[in-house]
Design a binder for this molecule. Structure first.
Ligand code: F3S
Length: 64
């Protein structure tokens, strides 16, 4: 599973990293780092929960 990061939509709510800190890395100002994220098998549940928790819809799940 991959998460497509729409960096421009991020407003620094940090809900994603609160759910899955190992998956969603933030910069010093609390914004998501740019670049899509490859999610390891064991982290998929937390990662999808984190992605869905973003109120700006900056994190798109790609299950293809
Ligand atoms: Fe940004 Fe959404 Fe996370 S606004 S810091 S991607 S919860």
């Amino acid at each position: 599973m991959r998460i497509i990061v729409h960096k421009a939509k991020c407003q620094g709510h940090a809900r994603c990293s609160a759910q899955a800190p190992d998956v969603f890395k933030l910069d010093d100002e609390g914004y998501i780092l740019p670049g899509d994220i490859e999610v390891a098998e064991g982290e998929q549940r937390l990662a999808s929960r984190g992605a869905r928790s973003c109120p700006e819809r900056a994190l798109e799940l790609d299950r293809t």
